[in-house]
Design a binder for this molecule. Structure first.
Ligand code: NAD
Length: 353
């Protein structure tokens, strides 16, 4: 197959992990007879520096002409002045909204080779394989807000309409049908009106999916259950900010924030694929970035946008093999043991393909 991919490296460790991911994709292409072409564009802090806009019109145009978007990370201390009119993260939010990417899929699984590194008992980590479906274009991050310069108060609003919850719920139930047929809906229905609507709508949508079991959990309890019984979850569906927070928490199960991928999808096969982590300015340029989250995002792109399941599995299996063989980046190394650089780790994964 032939595909055009919009490539948005962004800031910090973004360009480092993106480079290794494209390298891996070229290898897959050569092995399996696919032609991937890349159109690079600006986003985030580097886009602000060069154009004054975190998501320039030319980037939107590049993405519109592509079959999928691959993004690494945006942000950094040089653009984090809270009084600034433009911030890198605005580029990301605008991009998701522009393409109607309302569902963010964040799979989390554990790797026995890394159990020693995770601060939870191995017996809790055995068999963890969950999928967080985060609603991505509504909720607290997109509701009405007010903030006055030096003002005495400010507010954000958690708003949801019925169709917004319905479409997120459908994504979760359909995903569960391809997995272990269980959905946990996470809300705060005991306090928030928008979350009572969430629970009601998810319950109604469930009527179309009699083969899937549904339970409801409050977000605060869920934060605890993710650490005390993570293997009991299959698909979790939740509000935008809840998903942002709980997926970072869940990354601990995998071994590092650097290991988690995500796919942001709308109604068709077009999608935005990016690791869950940020631009990690503390390690940028040092060859310490873990590229697994970026690699697994490439695998998700192959699976969801291009229907290349075998090729996606090839990447996932190569990562498993590299970890089993003892390859480690700095973030997944126990104190005192040795680690290899981003490019060395990438070469190990490539060799295992
Ligand atoms: P972060 O995810 O960048 O880093 C948190 C910690 O995890 C750091 O110690 C970092 O070194 C480590 N880490 C992250 N990714 C790693 C990787 N691939 N390999 C090894 N270690 C890794 O979060 P932060 O420090 O809170 O934010 C830094 C910047 O990134 C901020 O400007 C923030 O706004 C931005 N951010 C962007 C995104 C995004 O682009 N989607 C997401 C979160 C944060």
């Amino acid at each position: 197959m032939k595909a055009t991919i919009a490539v948005l490296p962004g800031d910090g460790i973004g360009p480092e992990v993106m480079q290794t991911a494209l390298n891996l994709l070229d290898t897959i292409g050569a092995k399996c007879g696919h032609e991937f072409s890349y159109q690079e564009a600006l986003i985030g802090g580097i886009a602000i520096d060069q154009t004054g806009d975190p998501l320039p019109a030319s980037t939107i145009q590049t993405c519109e002409g592509a079959d999928a978007i691959l993004l690494a990370a945006v942000g950094g201390p040089q653009w984090s002045d809270p009084t600034a009119k433009v911030r890198p993260e605005q580029g990301l939010l605008k991009l998701r909204q522009h393409f109607g990417l309302f569902a963010n899929l964040r799979p989390v699984k554990t790797y026995p080779a890394l159990f020693e590194h995770v601060p939870l008992r191995a017996e809790l980590l055995e068999g963890v394989d969950l999928l967080i479906v985060r609603e991505l274009t509504g909720g607290l991050y997109f509701g009405k807000r007010q903030e006055q310069d030096q003002g005495a108060d400010a507010y954000d609003t958690m708003y949801y309409s019925v169709p917004e919850v319905e479409r997120a719920a459908h994504v979760a139930f359909r995903a569960a049908q391809k997995r272990r047929n269980k959905v946990t809906s996470v809300d705060k229905a005991n306090v928030l009106a928008s979350m009572r609507l969430w629970r009601r709508v998810v319950t109604q949508v469930h009527e179309d999916y009699s083969d899937v079991a549904l339970d409801h959990v409050l977000v605060d309890a869920c934060a605890m259950h993710l650490l005390t019984r993570p293997a009991s979850f299959d698909v979790l569906v939740m509000e935008n900010m809840f998903g942002d927070i709980l997926s970072d928490e869940a990354s601990v199960l995998a071994g590092s924030l650097g290991m988690l991928p995500s796919a942001s999808l709308g109604n068709g096969t077009f999608g935005l694929y990016e690791p869950v982590h940020g631009s990690a300015p503390d390690i940028a340029g040092q060859g310490k970035a873990n590229p697994i989250g970026m690699f697994l995002s490439v695998a998700m792109m192959l699976r969801y946008s291009f229907a290349l399941e075998t090729e996606a599995l090839m990447i996932e299996n190569a990562i498993d093999s590299a970890l089993k063989a003892g390859a480690r980046t700095a973030d997944i190394t126990s104190r005192g043991s040795s680690f290899i650089s981003t490019s060395e780790f990438s070469a190990t994964v490539k060799a295992a393909l």
